[in-house]
Design a protein. Structure first.
Length: 224
C-alpha cells in the first residue's frame, strides 16, 4: 500500500526537479512559482503519507523501537541540520546549547529525531521571516528525566486551541493547524513516539510572541 501511494509522488518530484534543473531559465516568473508550488505540494503530501503510515504502525502496536545509546549533542545537531534549508529560506536563526557533561541516553535515535524534526519544521513554518527557533535542554533536579524544548518567536497559538493539538480527529480551524493539513497529524505522531519512550509532550504559547513544545524523556545521569 505504501509503495502504491509513494510511487506517483516520486514521479511528480522527479519531474519537478528535472524541470527546475534543465528549463528553469526558460520559464516565466509565474511558471517558476507554479513549479515551486507543485514541488512543495508533493513534498507536503509525501510527509503526510509518511505520518499516516507511521501513526498507523504505532496505533496497531507494530512500531518497534530500536533503542541504543544516543549522544544528546549529535541528536540535536542532526535535527537542526535537517531543517536548516527551511530556516535559510526565511532568514530564521537556528541554535541549540547543550549543557556540558550530559551523558548519552537510551532512545530510538531515528524516531526521536523524527519527532524533533517535526516540531522544528512546525516552528519554522509558523515563525515570520527573521525570527528565531532554538532548542533548550534541561535535565531535572533528580536526574531522572531530561527536557527538550523547541521554542520559536512565531505567531503563537490561541489558548483555546492548545488542548486540541494532540487530540486525534478533532476538526478545528485555528491559525496554527489550518495552514497545513499534516500539522495536527504530525503533532499526534510526535506525542505517540515520545509516549512509546515513556515520555510526554507539553505545549505552551502566547499569541504574537511564540510557542514552546517541551518533550520529557527518561534519562539517567552517569554516576561519578
Amino acid at each position: 500500500m505504501s509503495q502504491k501511494l509513494k510511487t506517483p509522488l516520486n514521479s511528480m518530484l522527479a519531474i519537478a526537479k528535472t524541470l527546475q534543473n534543465e528549463v528553469c531559465d526558460l520559464l516565466s516568473e509565474q511558471q517558476r512559482q507554479s513549479l515551486n508550488h507543485l514541488e512543495d505540494s508533493a513534498r507536503n503530501l509525501w510527509e503526510l503519507i509518511n505520518d499516516i503510515l507511521d501513526l498507523a504502525d504505532i496505533e496497531s502496536n507494530k512500531m518497534e523501537l530500536q533503542v541504543a545509546s544516543t549522544s544528546i549533542q549529535e541528536l540535536c545537531d542532526s535535527s537542526l541540520s535537517f531543517v536548516k534549508h527551511l530556516a535559510l529560506e526565511k532568514n530564521i536563526q537556528l541554535s541549540v546549547q547543550v549543557p556540558e557533561e550530559l551523558t548519552p541516553f537510551q532512545v530510538d535515535e531515528e524516531r526521536i529525531r523524527q519527532a524533533f524534526i517535526n516540531l522544528l519544521s512546525n516552528a519554522i513554518k509558523y515563525t515570520p521571516e527573521g525570527g528565531k527557533v532554538w532548542i533548550e535542554i534541561q535535565p531535572n533536579s533528580t536526574n531522572q528525566h531530561i527536557f527538550f524544548s523547541i521554542v520559536d518567536t512565531g505567531i503563537g497559538i490561541p489558548s483555546d486551541d492548545l488542548f486540541k493539538l494532540f487530540q486525534p480527529l478533532v476538526p478545528d480551524d485555528s491559525s496554527y493547524t489550518r495552514r497545513s493539513a499534516n500539522t495536527g497529524l504530525g503533532l499526534l505522531m510526535v506525542q505517540r513516539i515520545v509516549e512509546l519512550h515513556g515520555g510526554s509532550v507539553h505545549a505552551e504559547s502566547q499569541l504574537g510572541k511564540g510557542s514552546r513544545f517541551t518533550v520529557k524523556l527518561p534519562w539517567r545521569k552517569r554516576a561519578e
